[in-house]
Design a protein. Structure first.
Lengths: 111, 112
């Protein structure tokens, strides 16, 4: 069974601060995805990383996939209240397209 | 990416009854998935639904409790049967086209 350890589980910060969310596993994933979910909505895909060592930027969000494709991080620069939400990492590891989700990080950015 | 319409968005049900949740996709997709999520927490996969074959259930989930239909490549239903308060949760469907996953907006179920 593939497991993804995501940390921290809760994060409350002030507007303008930086933060990093981590996702770690002992398993290798063919890709790793990051989602953001708001209350009453389903998760929305932010990015997919596929290649070991890959770095992708989405405005103030930077995503990194570890060289061994077992871990990933999400860094947010100068967080804004609109960044508030549940951030989920998910790994895809097999031919059956099933996703393994981390436990999620509930981020609150206070104005 | 595909757009999924999920309904109902929420419901309050009596224990012992059943609720069927529907997901309609705006394009044909091979694989659809059903998840359960406690508010503010992560997603747990219930089953994978493929058109033309029986759904594949994850450990801890059985067909008698969560029967799934997949009559065509754009539609699927999940039934939560003989409900108890422990079934209160958010249920989500998802699909993949191989280049990404799309989720429905979820069904918030409360069993009283």
């Amino acid at each position: 069974t593939q497991l993804l350890e995501q940390s921290p589980q809760f994060l409350s910060i002030q507007e303008g601060e930086n933060l990093t969310v981590y996702c770690n596993s002992s398993s290798v994933f063919s890709s790793l995805q990051w989602y953001r979910q708001e209350p009453g909505e389903g998760p929305v895909l932010l990015v997919t990383v596929v290649t070991g060592g890959e770095v992708k930027k989405l405005k103030r969000l930077t995503f990194q996939f570890g060289d061994a494709r077992k871990d990933s991080s999400l860094h947010i620069t100068a967080a804004q209240p609109g960044d508030t939400g549940l951030y989920l990492c998910a790994g895809e590891g097999g031919s059956n397209y099933k996703l393994t989700f981390g436990k999620g990080t509930l981020l609150t950015v206070n104005p | 990416s595909a757009v999924i319409s999920q309904k109902p968005s929420r419901d309050i049900c009596q224990r012992g009854t059943s609720l069927t949740i529907q997901c309609q996709v705006d394009s044909q997709v091979t694989m659809m998935f059903w998840y359960r999520q406690q508010p503010g927490q992560s997603l747990t996969l219930i089953a994978t639904a493929n058109q033309g074959s029986e759904a594949t259930y994850e450990s801890g989930f059985v067909i008698d409790k969560f029967p799934i239909s997949r009559p065509n490549l754009t539609f699927s239903t999940l039934t939560v049967s003989n409900m108890s308060p422990e079934d209160s949760s958010i249920y989500l469907c998802s699909d993949t086209t191989g280049s990404g996953y799309t989720f429905g907006s979820g069904t918030r179920l409360t069993v009283v």
